[in-house]
Design a protein around this ligand. Sequence first.
Ligand code: FAD
Length: 460
Amino acid sequence: MRVVVAGGGIGGLWVALSLKKAKVVLVSPKEMDMANTFWAQGGIAAALDPHDSPLLHYEDSVKAGGYFNDKKATMVMVHYGPMLVNKLVQMGFRFKDTPHLEGGHSFPRVWNVGDETGRRLLEFLDERVRQRGNVERIHSHVVGLLKEGERVVGVGLEDGREVEADAVVLATGGYAALWKRTTNPPSTVGRGITVAAEAGAYLTDLEFVQFHPTVALTDPPVLLTEALRGAGARIVDGEGKDVVNPLLPRDVVARAIYRFRREHGEVFLDLSGVDLEGFPMAKGLAETFGLRVPISPAAHYSLGGVRTDVWGRTNLKGLWALGECACTGAHGANRLASNSLLEAMVFGYRVALDVENDISEWPEFRFLQEIEVVVGKGEEDLRLIREVMERCAGVERDEEGLMEGASRLEGVSGVGGLARAVIMAALWRRESRGVHYRRDYPYPSDSFRGHLGVRLRSIR
Ligand SMILES: Cc1cc2nc3c(=O)[nH]c(=O)nc-3n(C[C@H](O)[C@H](O)[C@H](O)COP(=O)(O)OP(=O)(O)OC[C@H]3O[C@@H](n4cnc5c(N)ncnc54)[C@H](O)[C@@H]3O)c2cc1C
């Protein structure tokens, strides 16, 4: 059996390592730092302590998610966590002895290697993949899916080559770099998601994008970890007065900073009460800015993506997706900190199990409503896309801004189609829920307690 796995982040590498019998073709660009995984600071959440439990982790996750989670997916995620973190340790990966407590978690369960968890993990997994005899690596991008009837039977690469396969697995990351200010590497623009959707896969929850509140006003933007606030950092104005309680949930803090900046002026992260020895990133910034670092929110994590079931199966036979490019529903309307590396590992493991079994049933997804978004032809204009997303689909949205965005992106090509789909989904959801905040509909509404299914139609 031959399996194409696209993506060199934690999701793709974990699938490749978990496939035991198949011959694996792993497609990803050469640069490791193009994966969000490389930049992950906090760690992986998993309930390993005897006084903690997956059930407590479940409760924290659905509370953060605004009880909008797919309960089965969240349950699967938290229950597989301890086993997979233990597996990493058995493979020789070294976490620090004491897990962190992060915002929204009721127990210290975030396993880490200081603020370098992502990079260390990626280097470790990459090395393990190199040692596997059944994995061939191709440094390239998947630009299309090959289909025979309704079945996906391989991928097209950017150099024109085609690779046939019995199964195709996408772990190509999210789309938060469609915004101008982002914590993600610039290539995280949802290319894999767009490719899947153009082949007929359903996308969902695209409107749910998490904005990280404390991101330095540097170019590129640098994330100042949540742990700094736990260690005593304050969020203040130019005169040193508190702007918002720094320990409130991420989305509440992000909105408070956004509004203060719009109505009053600059906001800073005041590091004067923090021992910076454990925070090399913040220490470096303090050398440039002093102990008050100017901040504003930036697009950080995309909750939406290719709709999958709890085995990572999409609606297209032969196509699986996982990690940030997928939407299992495990995070609901807001992701709990450090649950995303976990989600990628858990569903990577399950996808590998599923792929090596003979699958005859594929899911049929039902949505509250479905829409189709047309992707235009011509050059992809990332500069325009980013400017529009930043202006029209940011921390707070309203109908006027979203309509302007939809019209400015009409007929755009490539990932512009995905960007426009995000805007259309945000326009459709006339309520505020989790990380999706509509200024003109500031409360949740029972009429929108469900999901929008999105398909892309290319006119290329
Ligand atoms: C600054 C920062 C800090 C974070 N901190 C944490 C944290 O502490 N804990 C936590 O749980 N999460 C954290 N996250 C989120 C987490 O890093 C990501 O959600 C997770 O790493 C996603 O893994 P992935 O494998 O799905 O995608 P990625 O790691 O983004 O990997 C995607 C891979 O696919 C490749 N690719 C893209 N398009 C194609 C294509 N068309 N064909 C082939 N390959 C393609 C990319 O180059 C990359 O190799 C953080 C994110 C950022 C940006």
